[in-house]
Design a protein around this ligand. Structure first.
Ligand SMILES: CC(C)C[C@H](NC(=O)CN)C(=O)O
Length: 502
């Protein structure tokens, strides 16, 4: 049944001729009403995004924890104002490296409708962000949403505040126009995604037989398109994030006075970091590459058929040469092969200037993106054993301590699920194209647990642009993606309502 046919049903009781005449028009008018409302409220939607981006909800910086709590309150308030039954779920405390603890941000849940004859979708998203400072190289203040040529710049604009708001606006639009929601809608919005979703696993386990019992489908819009073509995402990589701390002298030392007499922690650290990955991108930790599921001919063909401009990709990131030059290798290494990234070294001298210091303690931060069939628990042991062995070969008097602080699994969907059909139809209706079927190189830490714990199917329905600069300087979402994305969600809810109830 489509929008037209649904209207047909509601006309029962009117004369056949009248229904026939109305049949082709009323459903379309309803969809037009909804999308017209979206268009005419664009500025209001942008203003709400502005307020949300202004909150520095950086989950990795504990000095920003009160902002994060404020962000969860704002989210709950927004959902309450549009009529949801909202709960703020306490998920306990976060254990910090120094042995102390701090409150985790509450998880916000909300419910709109509980008609047993309708499907129930649960929208998952997050409102915490990655760190950002103007001096990192932003052209504008990262926490002041700035519109430049229809692009809305600000930290968290695309990851994931605008997509969460687009979902909230979707419900708001139905309610404002007094049009019944075609499905029951639940929300689960968290504030720790960017640091591994601390507390959420336990929460979904605890609410498996309450909040999740009537949920049929889980929808996540925390990813982006591959090109200008809308996409459906059927896989994400996982992430094992490590700290490797090398400590030596009890305090920082003058390199002129002490250099040449002590084994420097930084030298040890760089030495072992260099053992993780070869210059050509080969992971050197035994066992990792062997675990990776082979690329099938079918998958190769899917990648081959995807529209992806390698030259444009290079230009977008400002790079002359990539590690792989053909599309299939590039996509495969972005989506379905593991990789090692070294993110930073805490304790290193990194300010401008020429301080001649020997840092006493340095901590490297690196992560390995996981793919099927890797297991974070196994990777933790492989990495720890390997680095300890490499370190002991150096015969250094310093100490090495390796810890895994995030262990998020990869996720892969069954694209034959009717949810994907609903996604395709919604994209077709709003954008008049077939979506790309893509995987995501990034991680949604909770995706696999959602599936394992609740047994529900997941669809990732992105609205972010391919060039949104997630985690980077000048993150943005375009007005086009924000507004048309909201229409996509409206259309998608309708399509889900058409899936046969089991
Ligand atoms: C475990 C990571 C910190 C999660 C993070 N997720 C996203 O960016 C998705 N919004 C990632 O780095 O992939």
């Amino acid at each position: 049944m489509n929008f037209h046919e649904e209207s047909h049903c509601q006309m029962i009781g009117f004369s056949f001729v009248f229904v026939f005449l109305m049949w082709t028009g009323v459903g379309a008018i309803r969809f037009d009403h909804l999308t017209h409302y979206v268009n005419s409220h664009e500025e209001e939607f942008v203003e709400t995004l502005r307020k949300w981006v202004a909150v520095e909800s950086d989950s990795s910086d504990i000095s920003k924890r009160s902002d994060l709590h404020k962000m969860m309150d704002l989210t709950a308030e927004k959902l309450r104002v549009i009529g949801g039954s909202v709960a703020m779920v306490d998920v306990g405390m976060q254990a910090l490296a120094n042995g102390s603890t701090i409150d985790l941000p509450k998880v916000v849940t909300a419910q709109f409708g509980n008609d047993p004859n309708k499907h129930t979708v649960c929208i998952y998203g997050h409102v915490d962000v990655q760190p950002a400072k103007k001096e990192d190289g932003w052209a504008t203040d990262p926490y002041q949403l700035t519109d430049i040529n229809g692009n809305l710049y600000g930290r968290g604009a695309s990851d994931n505040k605008a997509p969460v708001l687009a979902w909230i606006h979707t419900v708001e639009v139905y309610r404002a126009l007094n049009i019944e929601l075609p499905v029951n809608v639940k929300f689960l919005i968290e504030g720790m995604e960017e640091t591994g979703s601390d507390g959420l696993d336990a929460m979904i386990m605890a609410q498996r037989d309450t909040f999740f019992t009537d949920v049929d489908y889980i929808i996540i819009s925390d990813c982006g398109w591959l090109s200008r073509r809308p996409a459906l995402t059927y896989g994400t990589r996982g992430n094992c994030y490590f700290f490797a701390e090398v400590s030596g002298p009890k305090k920082d030392l003058h390199s002129g006075v002490y250099g040449g007499t002590v084994v420097e922690p930084m030298t040890d650290l760089i030495g072992i970091m260099d053992k993780l990955i070869s210059p050509s991108g080969e992971i050197l930790i035994p066992g990792i590459r062997e675990a990776v599921a082979a690329l099938s001919d079918e998958e190769w063909k899917i990648y081959q058929d995807i529209e992806f401009d390698v030259q444009r990709y290079k230009e977008d990131i400002g790079i002359g040469e990539l590690m792989y030059n053909n599309k299939v290798d590039l996509l495969a290494h972005r989506w379905r092969h593991p990789t090692v990234s070294i993110h930073g070294i805490e304790g290193a001298f990194s300010a401008p200037g020429t301080k001649t210091v020997i840092p006493a303690k340095v901590t490297a931060k690196f992560s390995i993106r996981q793919v099927p069939n890797m297991d974070p628990a196994v990777v933790e042991k492989q990495v720890t054993d390997y680095l300890n062995a490499a370190f002991s070969k150096r015969k250094s008097p310093n100490k090495l301590n390796v810890t895994m602080v995030i262990g998020a699994k990869p996720w892969l969907a069954d694209v034959n699920n009717p949810l994907y059909e609903a996604g395709r139809a919604a994209v077709k209706r709003v954008f008049d194209v077939e979506p790309d079927m893509i995987r995501e190189g990034g991680t949604i830490p909770i995706a696999k647990s959602f599936e394992d714990v609740t047994g529900k199917s997941i669809l990732m329905l992105p609205i972010g642009g391919f060039d949104d600069g997630l985690h980077s300087q000048n993150e943005k979402i375009s007005r086009y993606n924000y507004i048309e994305g909201t229409k996509l969600f409206i259309s998608f809810l309708h399509e889900v309502s058409q899936i046969k109830k089991r």
